[in-house]
Design a protein around this ligand. Sequence first.
Ligand code: PRX
Length: 668
Amino acid sequence: MTDDSGATIEDYYREERTFPPSPDFVAGAVLADPGIYPRADADPEAFWAEQARELLTWDRDFDTTLDWQLPFGRWFVGGPLNVSYNCLDRHVEAGLGHRVAIHWEGEPGDPRAITYADLLAEVGGVANALKRLGVDTGDRVCIYLPMIPEAVVAMLACSRIGAAHSVVFGGFSPDSLIDRINDAGATVVVTADGGYRRGVPFLLKPNVDVAVADCPTVTSVVVVDRCGSGPHMTPGRDHWWSDLVAAESAECAPLPLDSEQLLYLLYTSGTTAKPKGIMHTTGGYLTQVAWTHKVVFDLRPETDVYWCAADVGWVTGHSYIVYGPLCNGATTVMYEGTPDTPREDARSGDDPAGWDKDRLWDIIERYGVTQLYTAPTAIRTFMKWGADWPARHDLSSLRVLGTVGEPINPEAWMWYHTHIGGERCPIVDTWWQTETGGHMITPLPGITATKPGSACRALPGIGAELVDDHGKVVEHGGGYLTLTRPWPSMLRGIWGDPERYRDTYWSRFEGRYFPGDGAKVDDDGYMWLLGRVDDVMNVSGHRISTTEVESALVDHPAVAEAAVVGASDDTTGQAIVGYVILRGGNDPTEELRQDIRSHVATKLGAIARPRAVIIVPDLPKTRSGKIMRRLLRDVVEGRELGDTTTLADANVVEAIRDRAGSGSTDED
Ligand code: PRX
């Protein structure tokens, strides 16, 4: 709650349900002893050094665990290693070459099972090809690919020779590509002619042709032939992937690299300014992603089939499709397409609207998936489609469910728990960021009694605290989330801009990293993430989080999805405006809107009753599924729209503007 020192973020929602892990789960869990928390906190550096030595193979042991010159950290100093060796060779050397590393499924239904031995050979060939194209240790390679195994191969091939990759999500436009290639000064672009989405090829190579015309550093383009679309190939510059690999030996010795060698850049779009090239390095990053992948998903690599349904273009794909799972010798699933595109052989018609919405559940059943990791926005979509779709499939192989990317509202958590997890799978709600590289705040499935909607607590070895506007620690209620000490997979900076790194993350609260999120802590010490602090609303001096109001809206039986923003209000400073998508079968009547407003007031208190509820067909989201509240604020204030380049579907805002302008609000 607020205190005299100045309001932070207030706390209205109460959740009483708790879900401890079952005795059976605890009995077989990778981690079941809560003693790990105090042990790690007593000496975090020693704790991380232990994980680094246990989980990774180093060419030589490191001398110094951490060299910390705030805000610049170097981990495991003096210990050389190679990431691709850790992800491939050592498993093959241990006799696991026949183990499937990736069960890949193309959207049309074309499967490929790629073993660790296959992957090692392909990575060796591509690493040699990159060298032949002039790529050297420290150079940057841009990867612009669909969700095909070559994306993983290209990333690992870079890591084998010490080149840094910069993966650009395949949905981005030529302009985004130009910004990212030029900022990184990439010399090679790895792409494909296209990929499959919703049953048709979407082309990538033409975007690369447009972009590269404005990218003077690029000398070569490597092209995977995914769709047979016959792209234009510029002689001398463009090369077919298959030709390059065929000409090379599959053996390429992994280079021992400094623990602080740049492993990759990944660009996050700031809301207005130019994208930031987040820098991740080698030893610390691999340690934390391997450890968290193992303990947070309770990994048993011998028998599990783990599936992270994100795109490799996001950090979730980097850390939890590629580096964490492969370092741990896991078998993973990778799927190219959308959740509502059936396999070609199972397709009943050409009408996308009529397509089946159970592709994910079909994949889980066929491969016997044991862990599923996805985003709340996807879960809410599955809820909208209805529980009948998963009910058609045997999902009993699932053991652990994960979520990431946004706060998960309790309603969606319960749906996931009931309809996907069969009320038996622990749910790990993992809070982290591109910048943190790996999980930071999350339950441990064999230890934590979870609460729907809470990311629970900081992992062993991680320091997280809430503070108020003055930087004073908040023990109960709402505040700003901060991280109190360095962690191995932390970003090492923003490419080319150390001052922006310091200003963005380390200047707001002295000595603390500020991720930009609000949170609250309850009486049991559980953390509840409340969204970006830029989104917090101020109603009559009360700082109310959008997350809590959205959760209360989605809790109404007629509401499928919701986004909330603050609109200027002469009386209250800001007033709450809720945009909602209705579940099928509900009419957008005046009565229903009033009922939804009252529902919020009942759940959270009268202060949180929205001034208006606007019923819309869709919400503006980024390509990774985050709601762009900034654009909704522009609409509600009648302003010109700000930067829309990261918007997934540009038509959505116009549709919303029409609704907002048609007077379908409920002003008091
Ligand atoms: O606001 C938090 C939200 O997503 C932000 C990080 O976004 P990005 O760098 O794109 O990385 C997404 C994948 C890690 C955070 O600052 N966020 C992420 N996970 C959660 C979350 N908010 C609440 N709960 C989460 N589990």
